[in-house]
Design a protein around this ligand. Structure first.
Ligand code: B12
Ligand code: SF4
Length: 541
C-alpha cells in the first residue's frame, strides 16, 4: 500500500520552534515497521506547512495515497483536521486515520464532528495500525479490531484497548530507515502527576528496550553523522542497571556523542551520574514544578525539597547541566507560592529553568476532574484553540495575575544567574577533569555567545565567561576553552593577549579548525597577514 504519514501543523507560531519541529518518535517506529512489511511510506514533517501552502498543493499532485495517517498532539489537532479534509477531498478512496496522544483522548469528539476522519487508532500504534492496514488491503471488516474507535452505522464505536507490546526490541529499528536525534528507551511511567497524559496513555507498567537495541540505534545514527541526541523518556534513569549498561556500551563502542536526558529527582545517584557523564550526558531535565509543597502535592508530584536539592547538587557536581521545569498557574497558586518557588530555585541553582503555564490536556486527571466538576464535554475543543490553561477554568486564578507570577519568577531567576554560575562545585575526580573542562567551557560559551547576554548586563556576562574559561583550563586543556577565551579577549581589543592564548591552544590542538580560524583573524588584526595566510594554507594541505 502507499501510506502517507503526516505530522500536521500547529495553529500558533512558536518563538522556540525546537518544541514543535521534531516529528513524534512514534511516527518513525510506525514508518519503519510499515516499510519492513513492504509498504511504501511517505513521512511528512508538516509542522509549519501553513506558512508554505504551495507544498501542500505540490504534494497533492505527486502523492498517491491508499491511506493517510495523522499523528496528533493536542496542539496540532486543528492542523490535522484541516489537512485531513483536504486529503479526503482529493483522495476520497483513502481512509483517514488519526493516532497519537491528542487523538486517543478525543476519539469520540473527532469522529462525531469531523466526518472526513474515518478511524482513530488509540494508544500505542504498532500492533493496531498494521493490523488495520492488513484488513483494509484484504478488504475485510475491521469493526472488531482492538484499539480502534470508528463509525459503525450511525454510531461511534470504541473497541476495547489493544494489548501493549511486551518486547519493545521486537520492533524494527527506526534508525535503519530514518535519521533523527530523539530516541526513547522506555514506554510508560509509574508516576501519577495530575497534569500529565503519559500514565493514562502508556500505562504505569514500564517497558524497556535492551541496552543493545538502544545503543544499536545510536550507532546507526552516529554512522550517519549525528553527534547530539535527546533521550526522550519520561524518566530515562528509571532502571539504573540498564542505564549503566547503556553508558558502558557507549564508551566501549567509542561513540563520541553528547546527549540530554529527562529524569526524576528520586532516580539518580553518584554512580549513575558518573557513568552518564563519562558516556556523554551533558544535560538532565527534572520536573520540579513548584517550590510550594502544597502545590506539588496538588499536582501529585510528591518529592521533598530535600530530594530536589540533592538531585540538583549532585547532577551539577558531575558537570551535567541540571534543568528545572517549573509549572505556574497551578491550583492554589498565590504570591506566597510564587515566592516559595523563587526561594527553592535560588536554593537549587539550576543553570537553566524552563517555565510553563499549566495547561489542561485531555487524558489527564486535571481534565477529567474539570469535566466532572463542571459538566463540560469534549465539545469545548470545537473552538479554534490549541490549549486550555488552568487559569481559564479555575475561578481562583486570573490570566493577568498568572502572567505576573511568571514574569516575577523569570526576573528573579535571571538576577540570580551570576550567583548560580559562581557557585558551581564539581566533584574532585581526576578521571572527570576533562569532562569538567568541557562542561565549564560549554557554559562559558553559552553565556558569552548564547542565550544569556540579553538577560544579563554587558560586562557581567564577559566576566563570568572569563572566570569559567579559566576554571575550565585549570581542570584540563580544552580546545573550546582556548577558542572561547581567545575570542573574548579579542573582542575586548586585546589582540596580543588573544594571540598568546590561541597559540597555546594551537600547540595542544593543532587540528582544531575553530582555533586556527580565530588565530588567523587575530594575526590579521595585528597586521601579520602573511602569517595568517600561511596558517590557513598549511591547514588546507
Ligand atoms: C519526547 C517528548 C517531547 C519532545 C519531542 C516531541 C516529539 N515530537 O516526539 C519535545 C521536547 C520536543 C516535546 C515538546 C513538547 N511536549 Co512533549 N513529550 C515528549 C514525551 C516525553 C515522549 C514522546 C515520545 O517519544 N513517546 C514515545 C513514542 C514511541 O510515542 P508517540 O510518538 O506518541 O507514538 C506512538 C503513539 O502515539 C501512536 N501514534 C503516534 N502517531 C500516530 C499516528 C498514527 C496514524 C497512528 C495510527 C498512531 C500514532 O503510535 C506510536 C507508536 O506506538 C511525551 C510523554 C510520553 N511519554 O509520551 C511528552 C508529551 C507528548 N509532550 C507533551 C507536551 C505538552 C509537550 C509540549 C507542548 C510542551 C510545551 N509546553 O511546550 C511541547 C510541544 C510538543 C508538540 N510537538 O506538541 C504532552 C502532550 C500532551 C498532549 N495531549 O498533547 C506529553 C504527553 C507529556 C505530558 N505532559 O502529558 N515533547
Ligand atoms: S510528569 Fe513525569 S513523572 Fe509525572 S506522570 Fe508524567 S511522565 Fe510520569
Amino acid at each position: 500500500m502507499n501510506i502517507v504519514l503526516i505530522y500536521p501543523f500547529f495553529s500558533i507560531d512558536r518563538i522556540h520552534i525546537e518544541n514543535i519541529e521534531v516529528p513524534p518518535i512514534g511516527l518513525h517506529y510506525l514508518g519503519a515497521l510499515l516499510n519492513e512489511q513492504g509498504h511504501e511510506v511517505d513521512l511528512l514533517n508538516w509542522y509549519d506547512i501553513k506558512n508554505t501552502p504551495h507544498i501542500i498543493q505540490e504534494a497533492l499532485l505527486t502523492l498517491k495515497p491508499d491511506l493517510v495517517g495523522f499523528s496528533i498532539f493536542h496542539a496540532n489537532r486543528w492542523g490535522g483536521i484541516q489537512l485531513a479534509k483536504i486529503f479526503k477531498e482529493h483522495f476520497p478512496g483513502a481512509p483517514i486515520v488519526f493516532g497519537g496522544i491528542g487523538a486517543t483522548f478525543l476519539d469520540d469528539h473527532l469522529l462525531r464532528h469531523f466526518p472526513w476522519i474515518d478511524i482513530i487508532v488509540r494508544g500505542e500504534g504498532e500492533i493496531t495500525f498494521p493490523a488495520l492496514i492488513r484488513r483494509i488491503e484484504a478488504q475485510q471488516s475491521y469493526d472488531d479490531l482492538l484499539g480502534l474507535t470508528l463509525r459503525v452505522g450511525n454510531t461511534i464505536q470504541r473497541n476495547k484497548d489493544a494489548e501493549r507490546i511486551e518486547d519493545l526490541d521486537a520492533l524494527p529499528m527506526p534508525a535503519a530507515h530514518y535519521t533523527f536525534h530523539h530516541l526513547a528507551l522506555s514506554r510508560g511511567c509509574p508516576g501519577k502527576c495530575t497534569f500529565c497524559g503519559s500514565p493514562q496513555f502508556w500505562g504505569s507498567k514500564v517497558r524497556f528496550h535492551s541496552a543493545d537495541y538502544f545503543v544499536g540505534q545510536l550507532e546507526i545514527l552516529y554512522k550517519k553523522g549525528h553527534r547530539f541526541f535527546h533521550f526522550s523518556d519520561d524518566t530515562f534513569t528509571l532502571r539504573k542497571k540498564l542505564v549503566l549498561e547503556i553508558c558502558a556500551l557507549i564508551v566501549e563502542r567509542k561513540l563520541d556523542i553528547s546527549w540530554a536526558a529527562i529524569s526524576r529527582v528520586d532516580c539518580i545517584d553518584h554512580e549513575v551520574l558518573r557513568a552518564m557523564r563519562m558516556a556523554g550526558c551533558i544535560q538532565i531535565s527534572f520536573g520540579v514544578e513548584s517550590g510550594s509543597e502544597s502545590i506539588r502535592d496538588e499536582l501529585n508530584k510528591k518529592f521533598s525539597e530535600e530530594q530536589i536539592r540533592r538531585a540538583f547538587t549532585l547532577t551539577i557536581s558531575y558537570g551535567i547541566l541540571a534543568r528545572a521545569y517549573i509549572i505556574y498557574g497551578c491550583p492554589g497558586e498565590s504570591p506566597e507560592t510564587v515566592k516559595e518557588t523563587i526561594r527553592l530555585l535560588r536554593d537549587i541553582r539550576p543553570l537553566v529553568t524552563i517555565f510553563y503555564v499549566l495547561s489542561v490536556f485531555p487524558g489527564t486527571f486535571l481534565y477529567d476532574h474539570f469535566k466532572s466538576q463542571t459538566g463540560a464535554t469534549d465539545d469545548i475543543w470545537l473552538y479554534y484553540k490549541e490549549d486550555m490553561f488552568l487559569f481559564e477554568i479555575d475561578k481562583r486564578l486570573c490570566a493577568e495575575t498568572v502572567s505576573q507570577f511568571g514574569e516575577s519568577m523569570k526576573q528573579a531567576i535571571e538576577e540570580s544567574i551570576p550567583d548560580f554560575f559562581h557557585s558551581l562545585e564539581l566533584v574532585d575526580d581526576n578521571e572527570l577533569f576533562p569532562f569538567h573542562a568541557s562542561f565549564l567551557s560549554r557554559l562559558a560559551l553559552t553565556l558569552d555567545r548564547g542565550d544569556y547576554p540579553h538577560v544579563l548586563p554587558e560586562g557581567v556576562v564577559q566576566d563570568l565567561a572569563r572566570e569559567l574559561y579559566y576554571k575550565a583550563l585549570a581542570y584540563a586543556a580544552d580546545a573550546r576553552a582556548y577558542w572561547g577565551l581567545g575570542l573574548l579577549v579579542q573582542a575586548e581589543g586585546n589582540d596580543r593577549k588573544a594571540e598568546v592564548i590561541l597559540q597555546e591552544g594551537m600547540q595542544i590542538f593543532p587540528e582544531d579548525a575553530n582555533l586556527a580560524r580565530v588565530l588567523a583573524n587575530t594575526l590579521m588584526r595585528l597586521g601579520r597577514e602573511e602569517e595568517a595566510r600561511d596558517l590557513m594554507q598549511n591547514r588546507q594541505k
